[in-house]
Write a protein that binds this ligand. Structure first.
Ligand code: CLF
Length: 292
């Protein structure tokens, strides 16, 4: 596991100073999800949208490792390889073997996972063993009432739970996962989607509790209205800034998130088309010389 000091210097999502210097590569190897968020719409064959849960295609374990081999050679500014969907990283069998293989072959890379947290406490030893160095948990609520509005179901150990029952279990597991990760020495980022009228009253409380449990940083992001939440208003820039200021009372805030695709590649905000990049690599052509 890479030290927290190095991570905080060179992880583009955890460090304001690093995000213009170092990029990330997401490997879309995790299609399935154990939670249904009402604001989430997954697409596995989408080239022209940029938001979470979107990828041009899914990769096999071999393809994922091959993509790292190729891109690390061509994009020398990549410091992080992350698994960020399109489903939940820890609900998919490929995630940990892929991370293990990459960490043994490229020990200088920071391996990062993004998860809804349902399985984090249960899998924390395996996460550490796989060489993963940074963890993001998406936590959108403190109360089961708010969580029950956000999640339509939660699948835990083969049981599909709905309503308050599923919501309460998810929250319990998320905060338990946060504590477990911190106790293992992890720098943990908490992502929170701000949903007006649903969770805006309790987002600062998420920050407060996450700080007590040892989270490192928080990332408050605006809802993208779609799916079951297509009728909910997208919060404006001012609302996001004010909410981050309220949360900053408790936790440092990330202000440069671009709500990445599951196959994002490059500097945050300056993504390269990864399929085109791979095609050009196969032809021996320099992407930067052609696409500017
Ligand atoms: Fe990827 Fe997420 Fe790791 Fe970063 S993204 S898995 S922590 S390496 Fe970063 Fe993208 Fe925002 Fe995520 S800008 S969506 S915060």
């Amino acid at each position: 596991m890479i030290s927290k000091k190095i991570l905080l210097e060179s992880h583009p999502c955890f460090s304001e100073g690093a995000h213009g210097r170092y990029g990330r590569l997401h490997l879309p190897v995790a299609p399935m999800c154990n939670v249904q968020c009402r604001y989430c719409v997954k697409k596995f064959d989408c080239a022209n949208e940029s938001r979470p849960a979107i990828t041009s295609r899914l990769l096999s374990e071999e393809e994922a490792v091959g993509r790292v081999e190729t891109l690390i050679e061509r994009k020398t500014n990549l410091s992080v390889v992350g698994i960020a969907g399109p489903g939940d990283s820890l609900f998919n069998e490929a995630t940990l073997p892929v991370c293990k293989e990459i960490s043994s072959r490229f020990p200088e890379l920071i391996l990062c996972i993004s998860t809804n947290g349902l399985l984090l406490a249960d899998r924390i030893d395996a996460v550490k063993e796989a060489g993963i160095s940074s963890i993001t948990i998406t936590i959108n609520a403190v109360t089961a009432d708010a969580a029950a509005q956000i999640y339509s179901w939660v699948n835990y150990e083969g049981r599909k739970l709905t309503g308050i029952e599923g919501a309460a279990l998810l929250l319990e597991k998320q905060y338990e996962g946060l504590k477990a990760a911190v106790s293992q020495g992890y720098a943990v980022k908490v992502n929170t989607v701000l949903m007006p009228g649903i969770n805006d009253g309790e987002v600062p409380l998420i920050a407060h509790i996450a700080a007590i449990y040892g989270a490192e940083i928080m990332n408050v992001m605006p809802l993208i209205p779609q799916g079951g939440f297509s009728h909910i208003r997208k919060p404006g820039h001012r609302e996001i800034v004010e909410m981050r200021a309220a949360c900053a009372e408790y936790l440092p805030q990330m202000g440069h998130c671009v709500q990445c695709r599951s196959d994002a590649c490059g500097l945050i905000g300056e993504d390269v088309d990864v399929e085109l990049e791979m095609l050009m690599a196969g032809l021996g052509v320099d992407y930067d010389a052609v696409v500017s």
